[in-house]
Design a protein around this ligand. Sequence first.
Ligand SMILES: [Zn+2]
Ligand SMILES: [Zn+2]
Length: 343
Amino acid sequence: MRAAVLRGPRDIRVEMVDTPPIREDEVLVKVMACGICGTDLHAYKKGGGAGGAGRLILGHEFSGEAARIGAAIEGVKEGDRVVGTGYRGCGACYRCRQGDAARCPRPLVPGEGLDGAFAEYVVVPRPMVGRTFFRIPDGMGWEEAATMEPLAVACHAAARGRIQEGQTVAVIGAGMIGQCIAQVARSMGARTIVSEPSPLRLAVAGRLGAEITINPGGTDPVSAVTAATSGDMADAVFECSGSPAGFRQAVDMVRPFGTMVQVGLFEKGLEIPADLASMIFAFKNLTLRGSGGQRWEMALELAGSGRVKTGGLVTQVFPLDRIRDGFESQLDPGSSIKGLITP
Ligand SMILES: [Zn+2]
Ligand SMILES: [Zn+2]
């Protein structure tokens, strides 16, 4: 089969590789679309994934058709349109060595430790049908289905924010995940404020329901939130930019006893000077929460019912042969939100 192999920094090539065999607890999926994730971009720039050297096929945000089903798998049949993921224990950590692979803190997943879905086929290890692996709802196309993984990430993050109806929620950074969080928060009855320097991303956020959109290039986001809330500030802030400046803004935007959810991955170290630490812990009594995880069922329910719309977030689609162009274009936040690759 054809697969895009990462060979070095910004060096990705389409090569012929063996179509993988499957074990009895695996499903082989014929890939129909696969999104380029922020983590894929990190690996692309670095020339390797978290796991280090070796052949690397990225891509975990896929939709496709079940092509072969392992004997131990129930609930899926050949030809089903599917979306989701699977996890295999790393085999090396304490949990795995104790024979408790289900609790492995760093499981291998397609695109991270296992071959991913920028290829004609991908192997999904241990799919849990109805929990991490689903039939695509009728009427949902391949491209929209490939956005269910980032939406599932956003659903988990939004849930971590403990949003109540009528609250004000601020989102810093309107890439794919920030856009999805804003929509999920809105579906929970919150009014949403989005801060984002890319005019394209900001316009899309506004079109998809953000009540207030702020370009930090021209407006101070903290003042804008102060004005929009008559000084009460936001009940919850989602920091999706992964920048130290965004982290600071999030602390300044959230109300006392409010919740701050860190979503963005940091590329640079985060320094927390004394005044910021005192603000977080003493003066504002903040709850800082992490956000790693996925809520697939919630994502499929919100998208399937039309309450969250991810179709408009797909800004470009490239065939596998042009994957390099796909990655390069997604590195430009001025012209892209989510890029997809189709085999
Ligand atoms: Zn992703
Ligand atoms: Zn492990």
